[in-house]
Design a protein around this ligand. Structure first.
Ligand SMILES: Nc1ncnc2c1ncn2[C@@H]1O[C@H](COP(=O)(O)OP(=O)(O)OP(=O)(O)O)[C@@H](O)[C@H]1O
Ligand SMILES: [Mg+2]
Length: 476
């Protein structure tokens, strides 16, 4: 029996994977016959493992059942019915999202049809463009991640310092990973304190630009008349007081990423310059005529409704479309379920270490308060409340009063729509887990069409947006 071969390079990360990238198993029957090269997928960030038989696949999957895998089963050559039977357990593993690769003619073969219908998230006719394969196995991987055991921190399946593994965060992390692999401008929407800057940094750190600068600027915090010079720099003598040439943030960020926070506050003059940079890749310093060319990726964010600003005429529509090539939504904390506890525990541990006191944790009333509060300031508010409670708590357990959350502060009771939304979302999540992410079966179980299921998954943050399709969704 042949061994599975890990063709990945780099340091092993958690669960035996490399620190970056997702795991892909390429499963065949033996090593002879037509085998896909798949080198392009590795450069797209996949850690590729070749498996010449069912037992090799099983070994990989069992090494850590909490690690999600995409698995491509190349059925084109050499698969006997015995081979197919042996693949049963591997195909049923909950941490693998399977995609079948077939010759078009094989779709008439009943056992192949059955295998695809019963076990695979999708199929492709091979050979097919690697970009297509990347998208399909990306979705299969996402579904496997969804079905993986709960309680896995996002740092293990997701991204960087971002804590949380709620479906909304897992979907976001999958999209962030994809965004990191492209060069397209990213726009991050989300309420204040939800972690937009953290997400922008994560995209930068996982991109090919990671060794170059990440430069952040808050467009709303700089006086309007200074924004232009801050961004694009100025020449000596450009205005009274300009004693020397000064480089702007664009030049400082050369080779790296420029994060434009509160982009909605950018004055119209700077909007025009930014648009020109996005179209032509160059700009002029204030008081200068030289065309300066830099290689900078733009990530922008705002907690305001930018579409509304476009409608009101305070933000250019053409710039809006240039910035929003990939659009991400940072979910509000109140929609992240058990992530609230994980973030609170994290903050407690972090700030307890600062002081001399040993706190044992949160009292039940505090846990209840954490979940009933509406968190208008999101993660930032949570961290600040816990930090303050660590200092002020008199007992060994933090109470609701220490967090300054009481019944009156917990906001209005949920509306009927909110209750209905929460129930719908939970039902979909559970059905997806039961059906190991297979949409057809999940839709059938829930009594809706596949299209409706897809739409609902989108609305409830249970699937990622697709960078290749310009930000909004995908999949047939
Ligand atoms: N998932 C997370 N895990 C750990 N810390 C987080 C997470 N999300 C946010 N934070 C922390 O919460 C604080 C606010 O995050 P950040 O500044 O990225 O939010 P923001 O969306 O940019 O807010 P604003 O709109 O006010 O600029 C930071 O201290 C950040 O480290
Ligand atoms: Mg911010």
């Amino acid at each position: 029996m042949a061994n599975d071969t890990n063709t990945t390079s780099g340091d092993p990360g958690p669960h035996g994977s490399t620190a970056h990238g997702r795991e892909l198993i390429y499963a065949t029957a033996g090593t002879a016959g037509r085998v896909l090269a798949l080198g392009g997928l590795q450069t797209m960030g996949w850690n590729l493992r070749r498996a010449p038989d069912a037992r090799s696949v099983q070994r990989i999957l069992q090494r850590d059942p909490r690690q999600p895998f995409a698995a491509l089963l190349d059925l084109r050559e050499g698969f006997s019915h015995q081979d197919l039977a042996e693949y049963g357990p591997a195909l049923s593993a909950s941490n693998a999202g399977w995609v079948a690769g077939v010759d078009a003619a094989q779709l008439d073969d009943p056992p192949v049809r059955r295998l695809i219908r019963d076990y695979c998230y999708d199929y492709v006719t091979l050979p097919c463009p690697e970009a297509v394969l990347n998208t399909v196995i990306g979705h299969a991987h996402g579904m496997a991640a969804l079905a993986c055991e709960r309680g896995v921190a996002v740092s293990q399946v997701g991204f960087d310092d971002m804590i949380g593994d709620s479906p909304a965060m897992l979907a976001l992390c999958r999209t962030l990973r994809k965004a990191a692999l492209t060069e397209a401008p990213v726009f991050i929407a989300g309420e204040t304190g939800t972690g937009k800057e953290l997400a922008a940094m994560a995209v930068h750190r996982h991109s090919r630009r990671h060794a170059n600068p990440f430069v952040a600027i808050n467009c709303g915090a700089i006086p309007q008349n200074l924004v232009q010079s801050e961004l694009f720099g100025y020449e000596r003598g450009a205005f009274t007081g300009a004693q020397t040439r000064k480089l702007g943030r664009f030049e400082v960020a050369n080779g790296g990423t420029l994060f434009l926070d509160e982009i909605g506050d950018l004055p119209l003059e700077s909007q025009a310059s930014l648009l020109r940079f996005l179209q032509e890749g160059c700009f002029e310093r204030l008081g200068g005529h030289e065309q300066i060319r830099v290689d900078v990726r733009i990530i922008s964010a705002t907690h305001h409704d930018l579409e509304d600003s476009v409608a009101k005429g305070s933000f250019r529509a053409d710039l809006f479309h240039r910035l929003c090539v990939l659009r991400l939504h940072q979910p509000p904390l109140r929609d992240r379920g058990a992530d609230i506890d994980k973030l609170a525990d994290y903050a407690l541990k972090r700030y307890s270490q600062e002081g001399q006191r040993t706190l044992k944790g949160f009292a039940p009333c505090a846990r209840h308060a954490l979940h009933s509060h509406r968190w208008p300031g999101n993660v930032r508010e949570l961290i600040n409340r816990v930090r303050q409670a660590v200092v002020m708590a008199e007992g060994r357990l933090i109470t609701a009063a220490d967090l300054h959350i009481d019944g009156a502060e917990t906001g209005p009771p949920p509306t009927l729509d909110e209750v209905r939304d929460a129930a719908t979302r939970e039902a979909i999540e559970r059905a997806l887990q039961r059906n190991r992410g297979r949409l057809v079966d999940t839709a059938r179980e829930l009594g809706v069409s596949r299209v409706t299921l897809y739409r609902l998954m989108g609305r409830h943050g249970l699937r990622e947006s697709d960078p290749d399709s310009g930000g909004t969704v995908s999949v047939a």
